[in-house]
Write a protein that binds this ligand. Structure first.
Ligand code: SF4
Length: 283
């Protein structure tokens, strides 16, 4: 592994939602990423699209806080500029048959729908964008995370919302959906001193939002649950590989001997091959 492929490891006691999710999905990937401090060889175009759309949404709400209301044309111009200006060389199109245009169009469609529907109707107040939460959960574990948007409804209820660009609408019983926004809501409750907050997801491809109410006591339980799971990850001594469809999106799939990457989803692997030349193997 070259120096360029290493980067500063996350402090060992600092757990984000992504870190815990990584441990849950594939402990071996977690070990490479968070314990060995290796950088994944590529990032997926889905993730690049998600970041670009999030940046535009953050800008839109920032504009609104300044008393401006960007027209759809300005929103799309902003997206177009961000998409094309700095195309990073480590972005991989995983699925055969897709091209950058597929995702570019998808991004524009999501923003167009959002601007015409949720944004047009939204009268809520924005308290913070990309708010960073940090909280010590025990002597060994501290939580850190970024909430897309924290605000108050027109009735004054505190809320935290995460914008999703994924195809699938989540279910509260999923690991991610059941934990991420409620976790941020639990932190927001402690900061703002409210008794109840709404934890939500907005699915940009569907124009649909899902909300869950989080009361103080529930918030404390969610933070306790997160702490217990983080401690289990911290104390783990074995990190088995869990190969599956996500291997295609894993930036270690070129060095992982357990990887299962279907030919039709091998864009990430191919890009790594092109950028780094011959593979080294490891396990
Ligand atoms: S390639 Fe698959 S099995 Fe290997 S680390 Fe990545 S997700 Fe885990």
């Amino acid at each position: 592994m070259s120096d360029a492929a290493t980067f500063r490891p996350t402090p060992s006691n600092q757990f984000s939602f992504s870190r815990l999710k990584s441990f849950h999905q594939c402990p071996f990937r977690y070990r490479l990423r968070y314990l060995k401090g290796l950088k994944e060889a590529f990032r997926s175009i889905e993730s690049y699209l998600g970041n670009t759309v999030h940046d535009v949404l953050e800008w839109m709400y920032g504009e609104r806080n300044e008393g401006r209301s960007p027209a759809l044309e300005e929103v799309l111009e902003r997206f177009d500029g961000a998409w094309t200006q700095d195309w990073p060389e480590d972005v991989a199109i995983i699925r055969d048959g897709d091209g950058p245009d597929t995702y570019f169009r998808r991004g524009r469609e999501m923003l167009e729908r959002f601007h015409g529907e949720a944004w047009a109707k939204d009268r809520s107040e924005t308290l913070a964008l990309e708010q960073r939460f940090t909280k010590s959960l025990s002597e060994r574990i501290s939580f850190t995370g970024f909430a897309d948007r924290v605000g108050r409804t027109t009735q004054g209820t505190l809320f935290v919302i995460d914008y999703k660009t994924s195809k699938k609408i989540g279910d509260p019983s999923d690991f991610s959906e059941g934990l991420q926004a409620p976790l941020y809501a639990a932190c927001a409750l402690e900061i703002h001193g409210d008794e109840v907050a709404l934890a939500g997801y907005h699915y940009l491809r569907h124009g649909k939002s899902n909300w869950t109410e989080v009361k103080r006591e529930q918030g404390r339980n969610i933070l306790e649950r997160f702490k217990n799971m983080a401690e289990a990850a911290l104390d783990a001594t074995e990190f088995p590989a869990r190969p599956g469809i996500l291997c295609a999106w894993c930036g270690f799939n070129h060095i992982c001997t357990f990887a299962e990457v279907p030919e039709a989803f091998s864009g990430g692997r191919r890009l790594t091959e092109e950028r780094m030349g011959a593979f080294s193997t490891g396990g």
